[in-house]
Design a protein around this ligand. Structure first.
Ligand SMILES: NC(=O)c1ccc[n+]([C@@H]2O[C@H](COP(=O)([O-])OP(=O)(O)OC[C@H]3O[C@@H](n4cnc5c(N)ncnc54)[C@H](O)[C@@H]3O)[C@@H](O)[C@H]2O)c1
Ligand SMILES: [Zn+2]
Length: 355
């Protein structure tokens, strides 16, 4: 087994993110010292369950945990109130108490939804994240944002609850479709742009494929720092929305045919080009960002017209009254928040679309 990477997230309470090959087989013994004596309810979707559920439950049981399992149909379309109710009923039927724990085994959909169930069941019980997608490993499993979607929009109902532990088994990457690997790569590239020239150039040179443990650990360490300083997204944490305003517009305009990661990739490329054209950057960034995204088979533009994108993007949570805060890459490793009038968004998107 390759060397484990461990990152401490110093929230209150703190927790550790552990990354490495073969972790699911050892999840029971790794979680035992963290969770103590308790019952576990493992939540997984219909795609992940046949791949990894037996390994996880066997390991948890051999470490002495009583385990029950709750399955739901895979896909963002099921990240809704109906599935949430199903999970909550399952927790109640399994007679989980306040000292017990939910285990989210899966991608961001499972983590967000099982985490939200844990946040509200009995007014809050513990949960751990066993992410199985690259996106969940680098982004959604860390930071304690949990949510479900409403028909009016994504992630509109949720809560902040930090997990008690996060274990990412990098072997899960082997079964991930290339398109889902690319989704996660988009969030990792975003992290590189936010964090540093060093991390961005490592990702640029292929670190996500050559040494995923190291790349994911660096991304998680960056996110952990931001979350420690701004757990409830009142300031700095909003930087993690780089590419997300325009990306959100693309997701909505495509009626969610274009996945989150792909939409964010195009959103970052468009934002970088716009920033350069509008004189907001301190160095050329757009071509480098576009080339890196392309190397990971991600899109760097969209066919939706600026007016359509702007209107869709403005239905986003990041809007406040007549202004919207966008994240601008001034240079690689340095992004800033910029509040602009809502009326300027279309012009900014226009500047960022290739002519
Ligand atoms: N909480 C946060 O901070 C945060 C951050 C970013 C994204 N998100 C949320 O994350 C979600 C997207 O996450 P996602 O892309 O992981 O989606 P997902 O959980 O739907 O996973 C994508 C697909 O991959 C399958 N899958 C998962 N692991 C697999 C594996 N190892 N091998 C094969 N197939 C596998 C799943 O069954 C699913 O069909 C969105 O709902 C988004 O809102 C949350
Ligand atoms: Zn995202």
């Amino acid at each position: 087994m390759s060397k484990l990477q461990t990152i401490s997230v110093r929230t209150d309470p703190p927790y550790e993110v552990t990354i490495g090959s073969g972790l699911l087989k050892k999840c029971g013994e790794l979680l035992r010292p963290v969770l103590g004596n308790c019952r576990l309810a493992v939540v997984a979707d219909s795609t992940v369950a046949p791949l990894y559920l037996d390994t996880v439950t066997a390991s948890l049981k051999s470490a002495g945990f009583p385990v029950s399992t709750c399955l739901f149909p895979a896909g963002e379309a099921h990240k809704n109130i109906k599935t949430l109710t199903w999970i909550l009923d399952f927790l109640a039927d399994s007679q989980l108490t306040r000292s017990d724990c939910v285990v989210a085994l899966g991608g961001g959909v499972c983590g967000d939804m099982a985490g939200f169930a844990a946040a509200i069941y009995l007014r809050g019980i513990r949960y751990v994240q066993l992410p199985t997608t690259l996106l969940a490993a680098v982004d959604s499993s860390v930071g304690g944002k949990t949510a479900i979607d409403l028909s009016a929009g994504k992630n509109l109902v949720g809560a902040f609850l930090q997990p008690s532990a996060v274990l990412f088994d990098t072997d899960c990457l082997k079964t991930l479709l290339p398109v889902l690997f690319a989704d996660g790569a988009a969030e990792a590239i975003k992290t590189g742009i936010l964090d540093s020239e060093e991390l961005f150039s490592l990702i640029e040179r292929g670190l996500l494929r050559s040494n995923p443990e190291a790349a994911i650990a660096r991304c998680v360490a960056y996110k952990a720092g931001v979350v420690e300083r701004d757990e409830k997204e009142l300031g700095e944490r909003r930087l993690l929305n780089l590419g997300h305003t325009i990306g959100h517009g693309i997701e909505i305009s495509s009626q969610f045919d274009i996945s989150h990661g792909h939409a964010v990739a195009a959103g970052m490329a468009i934002m970088a080009r716009a920033a350069e054209k509008l004189g907001w950057t301190a160095e050329p960034v757009a071509e480098r960002i576009a080339n890196c995204l392309t190397a990971y088979h991600l899109p760097i533009t969209t066919d939706f017209p600026p007016a359509v994108l702007a209107q869709a993007a403005l239905s986003d949570k990041k809007r406040s009254g007549d202004s919207i805060t966008i994240v601008v890459p001034e240079s690689i490793g340095h992004c800033v928040q910029k509040t602009v009038p809502v009326s300027r968004l279309e012009e900014i998107i226009h500047a960022g679309l290739e002519d």
